[in-house]
Design a binder for this molecule. Structure first.
Ligand code: 4NP
Length: 161
């Protein structure tokens, strides 16, 4: 990858209303903070279609807002085209990753789990689904997503050098 290329990054969870919109918002904010907007295009999607067209879950929007991040996207489902368009596809948990591998039909995108980039992950490589839990789960998810996105951006920047 040359220094002038745009890196396209797609974050994926199950519903595209809780975890992946948060990861998208956090990563975009980190890119903006580093004045690297010309190098990255960021989006998110879900492996499932139940919530297509809906805004992010109010609990994700609330935790993002607490950290100065506005989530204003609408849920969409992953498509075949995404595997060709995006360079890097980042799954929140193993089930998302397995579903992505199953539906994949070509394309050049590299697949990773987000918490591969979390320095505090230990043996736990997944971002847990907070949908059925309380708001505390969303705070926890925010912090693991934030730690991971910092390292992910560092890793992608290092590839450009
Ligand atoms: P997400 O969370 O995958 O982080 O967006 C979920 C949202 C909705 C459902 C499951 C997980 N659901 O079953 O509707």
């Amino acid at each position: 990858m040359s220094a002038s290329d745009t890196t396209r990054v797609l974050f994926v969870c199950l519903g595209n209303i809780c975890r992946s919109p948060l990861a998208e918002g956090v990563f975009r904010e980190l890119v903006r903070d580093a004045s690297l907007e010309d190098r990255y295009e960021v989006d998110s999607a879900g492996t499932g279609a139940w919530h297509v067209g809906e805004p992010a879950d109010p609990r994700s929007r609330a935790v993002a807002r607490k950290h100065g991040i506005v989530l204003d996207g609408r849920a969409r489902q992953v498509s075949d085209e995404d595997f060709r368009t995006f360079h890097v596809i980042i799954a929140m948990d193993r089930e998302n990753q397995e579903n992505l591998e199953r539906i994949r039909n070509g394309g050049r995108a590299r697949l990773h789990l987000l918490r591969e980039f979390d320095p505090d992950a230990g043996d736990d490589a997944e971002v847990p689904d907070p949908y059925y839990g309380g708001p505390g789960g969303f705070d926890q998810v925010f912090h693991m997503v934030h730690r991971s996105c910092l390292e992910l951006l560092d890793a992608l920047e290092a590839e450009r050098k």
